[in-house]
Ligand binder design. Sequence first.
Ligand code: HEM
Length: 213
Amino acid sequence: MPTKITFESKRVYGAVQRLLHLSVAGAVLVLMITGWGAQLLENRQVLRATSKVHLISGYLLLALLALRVLWGVVGPASARSGDFWHPHQWRLALFNQMKPAFRWGHDVRASAAYLVVYLAMLGLSFTGLGLAATEHDQGFTDFLRSWFDDVRLGEWFEGIHEVLALGVALFVFVHLLALWLHERFERTPKIQSMFTGFQYKPIQGEQLNDEIK
Ligand code: HEM
């Protein structure tokens, strides 16, 4: 007979954090579609328009990342950079000694992936700025071109940009899969938290866990 679970709920993620998550996720999806989709296009005009949308979404992503960093310093506890930083728990997880435990805010293991993906997105934005200047002669980064020509970083940047893009795509796949698996096996609402702000802590039933914080 299935066990009935009761939950305690709390609004954890504020409106700014949720809006930033939605905008970053949207910008990343548009960048992927316009970046990889462009390789299938043959019509020159459509190709030019697609690359413009890619460039603008890249600038937007950079601005959103800057806002996210600022919010990580001045925002509420659940948005602060400290909510992502759990080196002790990560060490325990590495040796399979971490007790699965509920905490309000970001999942302990997932937060390591969030930090890495934020760094990857920053790397993508900066290499994208370099490529816009050297390869496409677009954007306000013209001043970089002579410097890139001198040190021939343009080709390197293209490779790094492509590897980081694959990494971020892999993160999105694992992120969505992990959220779905969490809901399915822990039987706790999770996916909706970045839309509604609410998290649910199981307080009765087979899932009772200790709280970390
Ligand atoms: C329908 C799509 C998505 C849903 C439902 C979703 C849902 C969520 C949820 C529930 C969390 C919080 C998890 C936790 O408590 O640990 C989260 C965090 C996060 N997600 Fe997503 N996500 C989606 C797409 C994406 C995409 C495309 C990206 C692109 C990189 C992304 C990047 C992140 C990041 C960086 C965080 C940490 C957020 C923060 O700064 O506070 N997500 N997401």
